[in-house]
Each structure stands twice: as C-alpha cells, then as structure tokens.
Design a protein around this ligand. Sequence first.
Ligand SMILES: NC(=O)c1ccc[n+]([C@@H]2O[C@H](COP(=O)([O-])OP(=O)(O)OC[C@H]3O[C@@H](n4cnc5c(N)ncnc54)[C@H](OP(=O)(O)O)[C@@H]3O)[C@@H](O)[C@H]2O)c1
Length: 325
Amino acid sequence: MKAIVCTKFGSPDVLQFKEVEKPTPKDNEVLVKVHAASVNASDVEIMRGRYQPPFSRKPRYEILGSDIAGRIETVGSNIEQFQPGDDIFGDLFGCGWGAFAEYVCVPEKVLTLKPASMTFEDAATLPQAAIVALQGLRKKRQIQPGQKVLINGAGGGMGTFAVQIAKLFGAEVTGVDSAEKLDMLRSIGADHVIDYTQEDFSKSGQRYDLILDVAGHHSIRDYKRALNPKGILAVVGGSKGTLLQAVFLGPLISIFGSKKMGILAWKPNKKEDLAFLIELLEAGKIVPVIDRRYPLSEVAEALRYLEDGHAQGKLVITVERNNKT
Ligand SMILES: NC(=O)c1ccc[n+]([C@@H]2O[C@H](COP(=O)([O-])OP(=O)(O)OC[C@H]3O[C@@H](n4cnc5c(N)ncnc54)[C@H](OP(=O)(O)O)[C@@H]3O)[C@@H](O)[C@H]2O)c1
C-alpha cells in the first residue's frame, strides 16, 4: 500500500510518499481502508520533534496522521462491535497513529460508526479538533448563555469548531487570530474578532468568563488579568513557556483564588462527546470549515501550508477517490 513515511525529525521535506507493507490486524484490531484523514498541528509537532522524549531521533511511529474516516475491511478475532463494511471514524492519537496511508490497523475501542449522512471528509475533521474544542468549552463547567468566551487561535482546526460550539451554548464569542482569518471567523458566528498581530487581548481591559487558548503565548499573569472573577482558563496548545506555566502555576492560582486556570488534558474518542458532535453536525448546527483538500501524495504540502499559518479551519487528506459519502 502507499503511505507517507517519516523516518526522522525535520521539515515536511523529510516525509516520503512510498510503498510499504499492508498491515494485518491483531485480535483486538480492525483493518481500515482510509477514505479521508485530516491534518492537525500535532502532526507538525511530532514531525518536527517537539515535545518528544529527550534523545529521541525519530518519531515513535513512522506513519503520522491521527484523524481517520474509512471503511472496515477485515476484523481481528476478538472484535465484537464492528464488521467488515462498517464506515467508521476516530482519533489514533496515542494508539499507533498511521492515518496518512491507504490502510491502517486500529483498536476497536477508538472507533465510532459514521452516520451515512456524514461524508468521510467531514467525519475526518471531527475526532481531534472538535473533541478538544468541546471539552475545552466544558472545562470545569459548561459555559452558560450570555457568558463571554475568548478563543485564541480561533481560525485554525480546533478554533473554528470552538467558535461554533460556544455560540450554540449561547456565549458572546471573541475570536483571536491573524487578520486574513477574521472575516471567516465572523462568518461562523464570532461576535468580536481581534487581530493578534495588532492587539494583545490581555491588555485591552476586557474580561472573559472563559479563555480557550490553542496558541498560547501569554504569561499566567496576563491570563489572570483577562479573566472575570470565577473565570476559567483552558490552555490547549502554544509555546513551551505558556504550557509550563499553565501546568505548574495554573493549579496553584486556582487553589488560592476564584479563577480556575490550567492546561486542558483532553480525552480522545470520548463516546458521549462524539455522539453530541454527530448530533450537531447532522442537524447542521456546526459545519466543519475545510480550507483545502489534498491527495495522500501531498501530505507534505498540507503540513507546510498549516505550518506557514495559512490554513483557515481544517485541511483534509482525501485518500480514497470518490470518498464524498
Ligand atoms: N491539550 C490537549 O489536550 C491537546 C490535544 C490535541 C492537540 N493539542 C494542541 O492544540 C494546538 C492547536 O491545534 P490546531 O489543530 O487548532 O492548530 P492550527 O489549526 O494550526 O490553529 C492554530 C491557530 O492559531 C493561530 N495563531 C498562531 N499564533 C497565534 C498567536 N500568537 N495568537 C493567536 N493566534 C495564533 C494560527 O494562525 P496564524 O499561524 O495565521 O497566526 C492558527 O490559525 C496544537 O498545539 C496541539 O498540540 C492539545
């Protein structure tokens, strides 16, 4: 089968599109024919060797890609939930990766049946980005109607889901990203937008009930200043400095004050969350923002486009032709 293989850390130039052996499922796995995958910032981070164990020289798994949607071809001997021909989707983060390939073996517990009404492409956008967005908006307690939510990095994969879901919860939403993405953010419901290259939200004097930050570059003091009393900070991603402060100082501040601050530790493939997201998508209440589609052979181009900060919403890899449904 064809796959995108990453045998060392580096730029997208290290990725090779080549023939590899088609995998065989273990007893607790299914073999999935991948119809669509989507690209996440976490693929870039692994390719670049960020957040990897010290002294590691190459990714633990040679085929990256965590979001898949596809059709089950064969099942292992212990599989009870699925059968060949089932259309599924899921997040392979932490369980082998491998979505940037024609086939991948996957433990059944990470998969969810794809409704017939949902395209493979739309399904591939959901598993990581939409789940993280939803869990971030529910950190500590679900955001309430009328509350003020700020989403930093709102124009990317997670952010575009977060804006739409926060609006559904009745929040007044501020989306922060670069200038070229602000019209798109307004079009998906953001009440206010901020170009982060021109204005620092933490110094504007505005206060928020929830800050969801997928591209954190602020100090914990900045966030504290920008939160209302009882406000919540959920840091999803960003610079090492911000992540470290959110991990170590956030909980300390939370103990001694009314503001709850920390990092979001998301739970991939949580069934209730996926069921909720499927319901929203089927009802047309959220719509994945898909900027571009690439064939499997062009995963490197997709990661370059994402890394250069151009992507508005999600980038989808169309692995199987005619994969619209
Ligand atoms: N905590 C968890 O449980 C968890 C789970 C999975 C993933 N993650 C993390 O989530 C992060 C984001 O993922 P994603 O897929 O949404 O990324 P993405 O699609 O690249 O979106 C990030 C957005 O942030 C913008 N941005 C960059 N720097 C910014 C700044 N200083 N201020 C405001 N916006 C800025 C980018 O736009 P420009 O580049 O144009 O500026 C882009 O639109 C990754 O770091 C990933 O590791 C966390």
